[in-house]
Design a protein around this ligand. Structure first.
Ligand code: G4P
Length: 537
């Protein structure tokens, strides 16, 4: 079992839209031998123009269903074929309106690769995703992409990464020039220089040279050669030693420092350096905290939790796939597993795993793997499965939404259908529901406008119910708790703000602040109350 666990690398590639996540994913599949030429994996990005065309979204989402997890065996270059490592890449939606989905996916990974555009540097979404990684102490590697274009100075970029992402960095590869003059990357980790022939389609041969010989001058010219040597000297002087960053007690695994790689995903520059180093230093499955205790991956009994539910694109029958992360033991097809929330024993006759573009029924899976389970409404995000032990995995926080609308019934004959539809869509984690305690009206909170369209479309097509949106002017919803001994202050707050108090789906108190000013005044006036921006505190 330990052998199985140690060879697994379960991670997500995350980025601000357009930084190159899809391109990098595709190149990794190319190296993994999963696809032969680039362009085989369609972007799961929902094009900005398609915001009102749900069928288009649906079609594209269909593609993303099968590419939700991509698995392949990989041996680093120079090592015998045969797949020493088992790679599980968890795909995340490209559109920012589905950021919540990405946050949740991050709960199922052991590490993450963050892609940053060399010209744009750190962008909003990158910052938000990094916050989630920091909260969970997820080790991250940063890939600075698009070095074939004119971008920021690499040293400036490193400073920006440290400041904006609040994490220490350590270059593990270094670019020779950029833009038109980009010649390749020096692999600091392995101490060799790889000059590539750019090829967007295939993996091409590289030229390996020793930078301490005048061969370097011959390949890249005098100026770039001396600049590279100077840069490397500076890096060694300023940043922590590579040996302090990697290794079992290193700064990378503790979430303190992010190794940084430079390259161009589109041109296959620097991608293999990234992958080869990644498989060696990235963590294998780690222990997961349940409410009751810590669960170790090498425990003999199976445990797992559902972190994502994806609806089928076939509108004729509402069937979904629930994605279960195996936390410990061995998952076996047809074995009886306890669904903790409803106390039922379930057997799965057709669990699936996902290859680049196909899915296969599997007989077993190990800690770190993601198993697709057919779901006809039995699962809810965060559900735990075990061999009988009463366990509850935690760590699936809801984040304070950014957009709010009242949801109203537009067809009184279909009230039941609407209730059921809303309830199941919320179970899937499509958006968040709050019920205003003052007027009983239901408020849906989302990260982006697209989610409202998705809800409306799916209610009509899957539940035969109609809804209507009405505006509500809200700034933020935050969960409220009080410091011990200040229960009366909490009660006073709820009385004073009764028009703005709501309950979430688990019956917790939520304060709906209609402006940033109101929120900060409330925080000032009620200093012993805590205002939380994630549901887990
Ligand atoms: P995303 O998933 O993070 O949203 O980004 P994606 O990979 O789709 O890449 C966004 C755009 O950036 C794409 O161009 C892609 O070709 C380009 N790109 C990715 N890596 C590099 C790189 O290393 N160098 C350069 N110059 N461009 C890169 P697009 O025009 O939006 O799409 P497409 O028509 O090329 O598919």
């Amino acid at each position: 079992m330990n052998e199985q666990i140690e060879r697994r690398r379960t991670f997500a590639i995350i980025s601000h839209p357009d930084a190159g996540k899809t391109t990098l994913t595709e190149k990794l599949l190319l190296f993994g031998g999963q696809i032969q030429v680039a362009g085989a994996v369609k972007s799961n990005k929902i094009r900005k123009t398609a915001t009102s065309d749900w069928m288009e979204i649906e079609k594209q989402r269909g593609i993303s269903v099968t590419t939700s997890v991509m698995e392949f065996d990989y041996s680093p270059s120079g090592e015998p074929e045969g797949g020493c490592y088992k790679i599980n890449i968890l795909d995340t939606p490209g559109h920012q309106d589905f950021a919540e989905d990405t946050f949740r996916t991050l709960t199922a990974v052991d590490s993450a690769i963050i892609v940053v555009d060399a010209a744009k540097g750190v962008e909003t979404q990158t910052r938000k995703l990094m916050n989630v990684c920091r909260m969970r102490k997820t080790p991250v590697i940063i890939f600075v992409n698009k070095m074939d274009r004119e971008g920021k100075d690499p040293f400036d970029l490193l400073d920006e990464l440290e400041q904006e992402l609040q994490i220490n960095v350590r270059p593990f590869s270094w670019p020779i020039n950029q833009g038109q003059r980009f010649k390749g990357v020096y692999n600091i980790y392995e101490q060799n220089l790889n000059l590539f022939q750019p090829d967007k389609q295939k993996v091409t041969d590289k030229v390996e040279i020793d930078i301490n010989t005048d061969e370097l001058e011959k390949w890249v010219g005098d100026d770039d050669a001396s600049r590279l040597r100077e840069d490397l000297e500076m890096i060694e002087g300023v940043y922590p030693a590579v040996s302090d960053v990697n290794g079992p007690d290193g700064l990378y695994l503790s979430g303190d420092t992010a190794p940084v790689f430079f390259g161009s995903a589109l041109n296959n520059f620097g991608v293999q350096e990234l992958l080869d180093c990644f498989v060696q230093i990235a963590p294998c499955p780690r222990p997961v905290m349940a409410e009751e205790r810590e669960v170790r991956p090498d425990e003999p009994k199976f445990t797992g939790f559902i972190f994502k539910i994806t609806a089928n694109i076939d509108p004729n029958h509402r069937s979904c796939i629930a994605f279960c992360k195996v936390c410990s033991g061995r998952f076996v097809r047809n074995a009886p597993y306890l669904h903790i929330r409803n106390g039922k024993t379930l057997r799965f006759s057709s669990p699936t795993q996902f290859m680049a573009q196909r899915k296969e029924t599997i007989d077993e899976a190990w800690a770190g793997d993601i198993v697709g389970l057919p779901d006809n409404g039995i699962f809810k995000i965060g559900d735990t499965l075990t061999e009988g032990e009463n366990l509850h995995f935690r760590g699936l926080p809801s984040f304070s939404p950014e957009m709010f609308k009242y949801i109203e019934n537009a067809d009184p004959m279909k009230t039941k259908q609407l209730e059921k539809g809303i309830s199941q869509l919320m179970d899937e984690g499509v958006a968040q529901l709050f019920v205003n305690q003052f007027n009983g009206r239901k408020i849906i909170g989302t990260v982006g406008q697209l989610q409202f369209e998705v809800i409306q479309y799916r209610l009509e097509n899957e539940y035969n119910a109609k809804c209507r949106w009405e505006p509500v002017s809200l700034h933020k919803a935050c969960w409220i708790s009080c410091q011990p001994g200040y229960e009366q202050e909490l009660e006073n707050f709820k009385k004073r703000k009764y028009q703005y108090m709501a309950k979430d789906r688990d019956g917790r108190d939520v304060f709906l602040a209609d402006s940033g000013y109101v929120l900060s005044m409330a925080q000032q006036d009620f200093e012993h109350l805590n205002f939380h921006f994630t549901s887990e505190f």
